[in-house]
Design a protein around this ligand. Structure first.
Ligand SMILES: Nc1ncnc2c1ncn2[C@@H]1O[C@H](COP(=O)(O)OP(=O)(O)OP(=O)(O)O)[C@@H](O)[C@H]1O
Length: 228
């Protein structure tokens, strides 16, 4: 479902953010992406949903040859991937319902289908009763739930989360991770970049560790550091 072969990314300023990265992630996996600041985690994530273009190498995601895809085909690949960010990126003037509905409106989903789908997904992420709240009326954890609902509403094969717990307290972080685990249990592949040692160490899931733009470690039931 995700395959990278000898992928390099050199930014315009000459920084080699990824150096010969090759990796496979199968359908239904839950993967933590860890590593020190600047190791290349975000760049790795961005090339998966074609936010950044690789400088060299081959990338296949959900059957798309990502580095060969034409600009006008990018929305097609984005539809198969839901992305969740540290800072939620919700539209501040829209309610929780409207933020999620917006993701369906832009792909021209029939109005009749939108309502049921949005209510169902908001209930799934634990936001029943909060449909009409705007982001500034919600806690950080609730805002992240809205953003997960928005990522999930198109029924993507993959959810990619870049530091989704970075702005949350420890208990709320665990709630968000449990929600992502539940989504993964239902069949969606989940890839989560994080600096949260406690969560990674206690989850015992696959860990891909980046260092200096390379995969330094790829363990089936890994920890945040080597010693685990
Ligand atoms: N748009 C950009 N232009 C130039 N250099 C960049 C750009 N984005 C990232 N970099 C550089 O590429 C390297 C990898 O950055 P990246 O954001 O992928 O790391 P990261 O592991 O996600 O770090 P963090 O944990 O701090 O988010 C760093 O040296 C960074 O400064």
């Amino acid at each position: 479902m995700i395959e990278l072969y000898d992928v390099w990314k050199t930014y315009g300023n000459g920084v080699n953010a990824l150096k010969s990265v090759s990796v496979k992630i199968s359908k239904g996996e839950f993967v933590y992406v860890v590593g020190p600041s600047g190791a290349g985690k975000s760049t790795f994530i961005k090339i998966l949903y074609r936010e950044e273009k690789p400088t060299k190498g081959a990338i296949f995601v959900n059957g798309f040859n990502v580095e060969k895809i034409r600009e006008r085909q990018i929305p097609l690949i984005r539809r198969t991937i839901g992305v969740v960010f540290q800072d939620f990126k919700l539209l501040p003037n829209l309610t929780a319902y409207e933020n999620v509905a917006f993701a369906l409106e832009v792909i021209e989903t029939p109005r009749k289908l939108i309502r049921n789908k949005v209510l169902e997904i908001l209930a799934q992420v634990g936001l029943k009763g909060k449909e009409n709240s705007k982001p500034n009326e919600l806690s950080g954890g609730e805002q992240q739930r809205v953003s997960i609902a928005r990522a999930l509403v198109n029924n993507p094969a993959i959810i990619i989360a870049d530091e989704p717990t970075g702005n949350l307290d420890p208990d709320t972080s665990w709630e968000i991770v449990r929600l992502l685990e539940d989504i993964n249990y239902r069949g969606t592949t989940v890839i989560m970049a994080t600096h949260n040692k406690d969560i990674v160490d206690r989850s015992k899931k696959r860990v891909i560790a980046f260092e200096g733009g390379q995969i330094a470690r790829d363990e089936r039931r890994g920890g945040y550091n080597y010693e685990n």
